[in-house]
Design a protein around this ligand. Structure first.
Ligand code: PEP
Ligand code: MG
Length: 540
């Protein structure tokens, strides 16, 4: 048995096989082959396996996200049958007597370049799809696992760290727990795990090595320990702890469906943070009173191309329907910095967290912003939608964003498309600048939501992704609490509400402080709601 110590970022016990998530790097050795017939057959088998995987992914996606979202996989399947594409690959194997991996990589790159150079925007964007398909065949040929979605059995998934686009593609029923070498408490791996109620340990360092998988393992998301080949006595102990946690979760059930109130009768709203339509089920299960943060960028991260208006409309409509009239605050696109989608072709930056991200991209590329706003407004008829802009720093930012909103509303009205005229518009308070001038910003919008993950990063000058400086990331720093207090006071003076949707909202040590400050709403991971309602019920 080996014990690795990391940092627990999502509580609970996971017991199962440890599997390493291997990314297929899109490169292959130029290896000569003698038996070209055998190599062609090997390529054909990999091509067929890729087709089967795409069928499975498509069926799974239709079930979870609807038909529109599965269309991408049909495009990929068509590419796997494209005669020119196949001839180019088999030609390299047969004529140049080179291995299938090399043929797939070279052909993939060539076709992607050809697509990228086309005039038509739609064809241009197929470049990412060719690379995706070729990458899939390559990983099958080289025997690399593509992660939990493809291994078919529930596992504890390990990696150096997981990117948002990787977590977005997980089949959550197959992920028992997450273990990473790197990462910080505010990283997206941590947020994803807490949203899904999946136990997770991060920062295990190089001791967590791909060579140790597959092995039986147990992970304790509370103590931050990962046990490889746990001894039978320890396994019994961990199973007992798992059962005890289950009993505690059961006891919270008496708070289900109840309003969130202190003993003295002060109420506070408990909302949930979600990243995908499927997460709305977790929010309902967690008994959320609304959605305080729908991280809409996941719609962009989980695909190789911009989601169109219809795809987004379906996603927002389905979320609003699932929430049955409860408020759903949709945060507009927050891409950039740690959330990258290659097809945006964002320029490389020295300091991406201080760079071209979130509302800055939307203001610079209004066609992307308008598509999203149209989708939100069209879906607004199906529930209680609200729009929230991320990374606002000035009155000017808000006015520019609202001008685009006005254009969208005018266009929809001109096209006689119905929408809810009263969709509230709010902003996130994520920078010290925004908190300090929150009195001025409050006059421009209907509500505030404080994003403490970024507010902490920018106030303390501590990169939220850099675990090496984790000890300097004091999330309860007095400076953060003062900025929160200022923001809430300024909101109330202007007659609007202020919530908190960063991870700090779920910090039990601060719940009393937030109630005292008068925070109107806490938006947290769905699994934290009943526990918070219990502790608020015990407060004066
Ligand atoms: C935040 O910054 O606190 C927040 C909620 O947004 P995100 O974590 O998605 O950056
Ligand atoms: Mg943020």
């Amino acid at each position: 048995m080996a014990i690795l110590q990391g940092k627990g970022v999502s509580g609970g016990i996971a017991i199962g096989r440890l599997e390493f998530f291997v990314r297929s790097h899109f490169a292959a050795e130029r290896r000569a082959v003698e038996d070209t017939e055998g190599e062609l057959a090997r390529f054909e088998r990999a091509r067929k396996t890729a087709e089967e995987q795409l069928d499975q992914l498509s069926a799974m996606t239709v079930g979870r996200l609807g038909k529109e979202n599965a269309e991408l996989f049909d495009v990929h399947k068509m590419m796997l049958k494209d005669e020119d594409f196949l001839e180019a690959i088999t030609g390299i194997i047969k004529d140049e007597k080179l291995c299938a991996e090399y043929a797939v990589v070279e052909t993939g790159k060539q076709f992607a370049n050809d697509f990228a150079e086309m005039d038509d925007d739609y064809m241009k964007e197929r470049a990412a799809d060719v690379l995706d398909v070729a990458g899939r065949v390559l990983s099958i040929l080289s025997g690399a696992q593509g992660g939990a979605a493809q291994s078919g059995e529930p596992v504890i998934l390990a990696a150096d760290d997981f990117s948002p686009s990787e977590t977005a593609q997980f089949d959550r029923t197959l992920v028992l727990g997450l273990a990473t070498q790197r990462g910080s408490g505010n990283s997206h791996t941590a947020i994803f795990a807490r949203t899904m109620g999946i136990p997770a340990v991060i920062g295990l360092g190089a001791a967590l090595a791909p060579g140790m998988a597959p092995a039986m393992a147990a992970l304790d998301g509370d103590t931050g320990q990962l046990y490889i080949d746990p001894a039978p006595t320890l396994l019994t102990e961990l199973k007992a702890k798992q059962a005890k946690l289950q009993v505690e979760i059961q006891a919270l059930e008496r708070f289900r469906g109840k309003p969130t109130k202190t003993k003295s009768g002060k109420t506070i709203k408990l909302f949930a943070n979600i990243g995908t339509v499927a997460d709305a089920d977790a929010a309902v299960l967690g008994d959320a009173e609304g959605i305080g943060l729908f991280r809409s960028e996941f719609l962009y991260l989980e695909r190789g191309d911009y989601p169109g208006e219809q795809v987004q409309y379906e996603a927002y409509r389905r979320t609003l329907e699932k929430m049955k009239g409860k408020q759903v605050i949709i945060r507009t696109l927050d891409i950039g910095a740690d959330k990258q989608a290659a097809y945006f072709k964002l320029p490389p930056e020295e300091n991406p967290a201080l760079g071209f991200r979130a509302i800055r991209i939307c203001l610079a590329r209004p066609e992307i912003f308008k598509t999203q706003l149209r989708a939100i407004y069209r879906a607004s008829l199906y529930g209680s939608a609200a729009i929230m802009f991320p990374m606002i720093n000035s009155v000017e930012d808000i006015r520019r964003a609202k001008t685009i909103v006005e254009e969208v509303r005018r266009d929809l009205a001109a096209e006689q498309i119905a929408f809810d005229q009263g969709v509230p518009i709010g902003i996130m308070i994520e920078t010290p600048a925004a908190a300090i001038i929150s009195d001025l910003l409050a006059r421009e919008v209907d509500f505030f939501s404080i994003g403490t993950n970024d507010l902490t990063q920018y106030t303390l000058a501590v990169d939220r992704q850099n675990e090496a400086i984790g000890e300097f990331c004091d999330t309860r720093h007095e400076a953060i609490l003062r900025l929160i207090r200022t923001t809430v006071e300024n909101a109330h003076k202007a007659g609007i509400q202020a919530g908190i949707c960063g991870s700090l909202a779920a910090d039990p040590a601060l719940t009393q402080t937030f109630v005292d400050i008068g925070v109107d709403e806490l938006s947290v991971v769905p699994s934290a709601i009943l526990r918070l309602r219990q502790s608020i019920a015990e407060m004066d």
